[in-house]
Design a protein around this ligand. Structure first.
Ligand SMILES: C[S@@+](CC[C@H](N)C(=O)[O-])C[C@H]1O[C@@H](n2cnc3c(N)ncnc32)[C@H](O)[C@@H]1O
Length: 745
């Protein structure tokens, strides 16, 4: 393993050694210490930036100034002297992670301490960056700190160097296992001074399960979700509730800190992690850039190597040497070896995880197969789906059996695959005919000229379709259907796959409307018969951050297709198997053929005629495909909503004794179409993240709008806090609209 952590997928995360994580007893990183650490298998080493001499100097300065007599004249800090830091610019520094002094107290209620702390932070960050150490860890705010002031200081420090990366060290829960809150000698001086802590400034932030997360949210919000800011999260021995684990998983954690207390001992006395810890680590290991693992307070270099803190190995005395030769070889780094073992024995990935590797949290514009002609490689991607075509085959077979009973005589059943692509559904239709023994006349209609060529080739191959298929190059809305000479009957079954991640977002309703007039009026079947769109509120700092870094304002007004990976559902419920699942609500539904007179009425308004195929447009001819909804969600835990995750479900065919469905809704997908890989979810972003307090309601309004020539979506969310006897509105998002990027019909 290289000395530098690499961010390649699958590559095990790098590990660090640090001494005491409060930064005071840290081993000073000399070249000797570094090579000893590498020898043990560590990749990086942490180091304090300044010395104890510097600490003493600042404490002395603080004592002189306390209690503050004139708070308008706050202290400055003299520039660093050679005694203040052992660091110097050096090539090896890229393997070091700097610890900003743990004894500062940013945001202290005492103005002298707050100011001195800020000056120390700036001096240390600037000097570390000057020396080439750009990865720096800063302790989170103390229990008494003003978090807003703390965050403001961090924001200033982030600007001190172009490559500076600050990792805020926070415990996963509010329980103070370490000295997170009160280790600061500077803070201790407050007690000696006459400045009282405000009585209201209680420590309740840290007794609230989400208190630490709330602090983090304040810090990163004030730092405008800077990409230079991330988290070093310290893991307790007992992990908190799964909901809080999921929340942290969605945050930009670059370092996971395991200290001695995170480990248990197995029967042989070796350090191991609990099952829950292993599961959490496995989850993090699935990330394209897994966090680095930082071992703290374990395997001290001194114990393992007889190394002094200056890095010089000490000679054992003759007596020590004699006794050591009788000992069995000592495992110098059991914690490290154990974590390496876990890294190399991670569970294998699911079908969708393998398929989506490299696409995690990657925002893509949805396909527009109606306006664009797809590439062969895109079709090839669809065709790899192990579930979708199988289910379509079953649906066609079931429909054939049901229709055979309804069709008079023994004429073949007319099956038309509309939007046939390269023909996988044509193959399934022919196979269903063989399997059921029901004769069909098969049509393949495709508007993409390149795919049309391939369809003709496939048809000509004896072993494939053997010229059984009538291949038509046409937009389905303009197809006139089989002529009287070709068929004595209208189409019995239309088979199509025109669905996007949100069901109707690739204009399946508009396309199928345009061909519906060719369907047998009495018993004609559309496969799919219906589809529904679904949403749930999502927290994903990762996606929000990605959008922030993109140019243009239109980026907030578009839905994106994305394989969601680093996110948290804000509203959940428990299913019948006692599993926590997202609360996913339906927005609207479409079914085919369009029931009743809806189509005719719409067309009538538009002045178009059914027999022309397609509609004239512009006068409400597509109004029957407009939709609107208002759905409400409850959030028990606090969070931030960055957008809405969208999904679809479809009934391919529900017949006399079968119901064949596909779903990408995470709640129903395991039962309906597990392992299907053709669709990732869709994501509707919010330009301004919405803070969601605990016990609140999120009301989402959504529209599918049409001006007859195009279709677009609009979305908005309102947040209400439940109060006694009702609810009070506390936030509302902008009204987003994809009209400027509408899908053309
Ligand atoms: C998502 S692809 C599915 C292709 C194929 N059925 C499959 O499952 O692999 C949709 C196909 O429908 C075609 N298509 C979309 N709208 C169409 C229209 N109005 N008329 C004809 N073909 C259309 C596209 O060119 C594309 O080949």
């Amino acid at each position: 393993m290289s000395a530098h952590g690499s961010f390649q997928p699958d590559e095990p995360a790098a590990l660090f050694y640090i001494g005491q994580h409060d930064g005071r007893a840290n081993v000073q990183a000399s070249p000797d210490v570094l090579s000893l650490a590498y020898g043990l298998g560590y990749d990086f080493l942490t180091t304090p930036i300044t010395t104890s001499a510097f600490h003493s100097r600042v404490v002395a300065q603080a004592k002189d100034l306390l209690p503050p007599t004139d708070t308008t004249c706050l202290p400055t800090l003299n520039p660093l002297t050679p005694q203040d830091s052992n660091l110097a610019p050096n090539e090896g520094n890229s393997a070091l992670v700097g610890f900003v002094s743990a004894w500062i107290d940013l945001g202290s209620p005492n103005p002298v301490i707050a100011k001195l702390s800020q000056r120390v932070l700036n001096a240390e960050v600037a000097y570390a960056a000057f020396c080439g150490i750009n990865t720096l860890i800063v302790h989170g705010p103390s229990a008494q700190a003003n978090v807003v002031q703390y965050a403001r200081d961090i924001r200033e420090a982030l600007a001190l160097g172009p490559f500076v990366q600050l990792h805020i060290l926070l415990p996963m829960t509010g329980e103070l296992e370490h000295d997170y809150a009160d280790s600061s000698p500077l803070a201790e001086l407050v007690a000696e001074s006459e400045v009282d802590l405000d009585d209201d400034d209680d420590l309740s932030r840290h007794t609230d399960l989400y208190g630490v997360w709330k602090d983090w949210n304040t810090i990163r919000t004030i730092c405008s979700y800077s990409q230079k800011l991330s988290l070093a999260l310290e893991l307790p021995r007992q992990l908190p509730a799964p909901s809080l684990q999921r929340r942290w998983f969605s945050e930009p954690i670059r370092l996971l800190i395991y200290s001695r207390t995170s480990f248990l001992r197995n029967a042989k006395g070796y350090p191991v992690l609990s099952k829950q810890h292993q599961q959490l680590l496995s989850r993090f290991a699935t990330l394209p850039s897994p966090p680095w693992l930082l071992l703290s307070d374990v395997d001290p270099l001194e114990d393992a190597t007889s190394t002094t803190t200056t890095g010089q190995p000490t000679e054992p005395t003759p007596a020590e040497a004699a006794s050591r030769s009788n000992e069995k070889p000592k495992d110098n780094a059991p914690h490290l070896r154990y974590l390496r073992h876990l890294q190399h024995t991670q569970p294998s990935r699911t079908a969708i995880e393998r398929f989506g590797q490299g696409y995690e949290d990657f925002l893509q514009s949805p396909l527009q197969p109606l306006t664009d002609n797809l590439e062969s490689i895109t079709y090839e991607g669809f065709e790899k789906d192990p579930v979708k075509y199988e289910w379509y085959g079953r649906a066609i077979a079931a429909a054939l059996k049901d229709l055979r009973k309804q069709i008079q005589g023994d004429r073949p059943v007319i099956v038309a695959v509309v939007g046939a692509g390269r023909g996988p559904l044509v193959t399934r239709a022919l196979q269903a005919s063989i399997q059921t023994g029901i004769k069909i006349q098969c049509w393949a209609v495709e508007k993409n000229p390149n795919a049309f060529l391939l369809l003709q080739r496939r048809n000509a191959i004896d072993d494939l379709w053997n010229n059984q298929v009538r291949v038509v190059k046409s937009d389905m809305r303009h197809w006139r259907g089989p002529t009287a000479a070709e068929s004595t009957a209208p189409v019995d079954i239309f088979v199509s796959e025109l669905l996007g991640s949100f069901g109707d977002n690739e204009l399946s309703p508009e396309c199928l409307d345009g061909v519906q007039h060719l369907l047998h009026p009495a018993h004609g079947v559309s496969i799919p018969q219906s589809y529904t769109a679904h949403i749930t509120p999502l927290s994903s700092p990762r996606l929000y951050n990605d959008l922030l870094s993109r140019s243009g304002i239109e980026k907030w007004e578009l839905p994106y297709v994305v394989m969601l990976h680093r996110y948290d559902y804000l509203c959940t419920q428990t299913n019948s198997e006692a599993e926590v699942v997202p609360d996913v609500k339906q927005t609207w539904a479409f079914s085919h053929p369009v029931p009743g007179d809806a189509l005719e009425q719409s067309r009538g308004r538009a002045g178009g005629g059914l027999d022309t195929g397609g509609w004239a447009g512009g006068d409400g001819g597509n109004e029957h495909n407009a939709r609107a909804c208002k759905v409400s969600f409850t959030s028990r835990e606090p969070g931030v909503c960055h957008g809405l995750a969208g999904y679809f479900e479809t009934v391919l065919y529900a017949g006399n004794d079968s119901k064949i469905e596909l779903s990408i809704n995470p709640v129903t997908m395991p039962q309906k179409s597990r392992d299907m890989i053709s669709w990732f979810p869709i994501f509707f972003p919010f330009k301004t993240p919405l803070y969601i307090p605990e016990e609140s309601e999120i009301e989402v309004s959504m529209w599918r709008q049409t001006d007859d020539r195009s279709v677009w979506y609009e979305w908005i969310a309102e947040v209400y806090k439940k109060v006694r006897g009702g609810k009070r509105m506390i936030a509302v998002s902008e009204l987003h609209s994809s009209r400027k990027n509408a899908c053309l019909t």
